[in-house]
Each structure stands twice: as structure tokens, then as C-alpha cells.
Ligand binder design. Structure first.
Ligand SMILES: C[S@@+](CC[C@H](N)C(=O)[O-])C[C@H]1O[C@@H](n2cnc3c(N)ncnc32)[C@H](O)[C@@H]1O
Length: 231
């Protein structure tokens, strides 16, 4: 992993912000990911994320923390927070921003227990493929203290397959439509990501049931996005 994403976060943190990260997928053209958004404070968080912050309780794990914006806010509120990410650059930035407990570790290698596990900014992306969701959910379940919860946001990207007549062009023989191949580009370098999963709420509910977890809708966003609580 070349950690282009981490490099971009470090550049921004060090005052070398000259351009944004670009992402493209197998079904969409290049899209800008503004670096300042990854350094958002509470006021700049989208409503779904503010709602997630309201529901946090107990010891917290922020999975795929990026620049650590949610972990930092919660730490300032007095929560005991651990932030993890597979990107070295992301964890370096998170530590420099003041997060006391931040570690370069993949979700499946985490073993401690928590009362709230956060997966935000399309948190289901980390699950990669629909077929891997039960495995990830089972692992997340093993990290929960009794009464614990997972707060996760995602989007039903069915709208990306809509054609001009209001029909859908998705290939019914292909994999689940929320599995996208991403390419991340920054300052002339590109890096393919593993598949990134967007999951619609009903499919998430079914996957949760298959591993003995409950899933409730906390809030719907303005554009097919939602916040769920899994417990
Ligand atoms: C879209 S960013 C979200 C950052 C942050 N949660 C936010 O809302 O600003 C996704 C993050 O997940 C991290 N990530 C991807 N796979 C992971 C895994 N298996 N375990 C931990 N982190 C992972 C990436 O390195 C990246 O920093």
C-alpha cells in the first residue's frame, strides 16, 4: 500500500495543501474529495454524523478514523476513545492532532472491547464485498461489551444505475450493485483501493440477522444515505 491517502492527510496537516484527492470508480468518473472535509469539526459534520455523535456511549472505537475528526471530538467530550486505521499517514496525523490512543491496525486485527464502535463516512466500505459482511459483523460483535453498539453510515447507490427513463441499467448477473472498485489519485500518483462496499439498509438488516445482530435505522439523510445502529 503506497498510502496516497495518508500522504494527502499529512500534506494538509503540515500546511502543504495545494490540491484535493480525486476518486473514480468502475461506474463513475473522477470526483473530488476535498481534504478540508477530512479535518472537519463538529459544526462541519453532516447531520447523520452529528446524530451518530449524540448516540455514542461508553468506551469508543473509531474504525477507519482517517484524520481522526470524530475521535478527536469525542475525546474532547471526555470519552475514552481508540482510533484505528490501516493508513500510517492517517494515524500519524490523528496522533499529531491530539488523539491519545491511535494505532495502525486493520479492523480484523483489533481485539479490545468497546461500548460503541463507529464506522463513519460510508463505514460499510471497509467490509469490501457483500459476501464478507457476515465475517466483519461477527468480528465487530466479538469486540462489543454487553449492551454495546455499532454506529454505521452508508448509502443505497441504486441511484447511480438510473438511466434517463428512470429505469436501471445494472447487470443482474453482476455482483451486488454496491460493490465499487475505487481508484484514488493525488498529486499525479494513483492507487487502486480494494473493493469499497455501499450497502442499502434492507441488505444490511438481512446480513445482521444472519449473525444474530439487530439493526435499526436511526436517521435517513438527504440522498439515499442513512445512519444505522447495530447491536
Ligand atoms: C473514507 S475514509 C473515512 C475517514 C473517517 N472515518 C472520516 O469520517 O473522516 C476511510 C478510512 O478507512 C481506512 N480503512 C480502510 N480499510 C480499513 C480496515 N480494514 N481497517 C481499518 N481502517 C481501514 C482507510 O485507510 C481510510 O482512512
Amino acid at each position: 500500500m503506497r498510502d496516497i491517502f495518508g500522504k494527502a492527510l499529512l500534506d494538509y496537516y503540515n500546511g502543504n495543501y495545494t490540491e484535493d484527492v480525486f476518486t473514480s470508480t468502475n461506474i463513475s468518473d473522477e470526483d473530488e474529495l476535498p481534504l478540508p472535509f477530512l479535518f472537519r469539526d463538529y459544526d462541519e459534520m453532516p447531520p447523520l454524523e452529528k446524530k451518530a455523535m449524540e448516540h455514542v456511549k461508553g468506551r469508543v472505537l473509531d474504525v477507519g478514523c482517517g484524520a481522526g475528526s470524530h475521535a478527536l471530538y469525542l475525546q474532547e467530550q471526555g470519552f475514552d476513545v481508540k482510533a484505528i486505521d490501516v493508513s500510517k499517514g492517517a494515524i500519524e496525523v490523528s496522533k499529531r492532532r491530539g488523539i491519545k490512543n491511535a494505532e495502525v491496525i486493520a479492523l480484523l486485527d483489533e481485539t479490545e472491547k468497546f461500548d460503541t464502535i463507529l464506522l463513519l463516512m460510508n463505514g460499510s466500505g471497509i467490509f469490501q464485498e457483500l459476501s464478507k459482511v457476515p465475517h466483519y459483523l461477527n468480528h465487530l460483535k466479538s469486540l462489543l461489551n454487553p449492551g454495546g453498539q455499532i454506529l454505521l453510515d452508508s448509502t443505497d447507490i441504486i441511484y447511480m444505475y438510473e438511466d434517463e427513463d428512470g429505469g436501471y441499467w445494472k447487470d443482474l448477473n453482476a455482483n451486488y450493485y454496491g460493490e465499487l472498485d475505487y481508484l484514488v489519485s493525488y498529486k499525479g500518483e494513483s492507487e487502486p483501493l480494494t473493493t469499497w462496499l455501499y450497502i442499502d439498509f434492507e441488505t444490511l438488516v438481512t446480513a445482521c440477522k444472519s449473525v444474530g445482530l439487530q439493526c435499526e435505522l436511526i436517521m435517513e439523510g438527504e440522498h439515499y444515505d442513512y445512519l444505522a445502529r447495530v447491536y
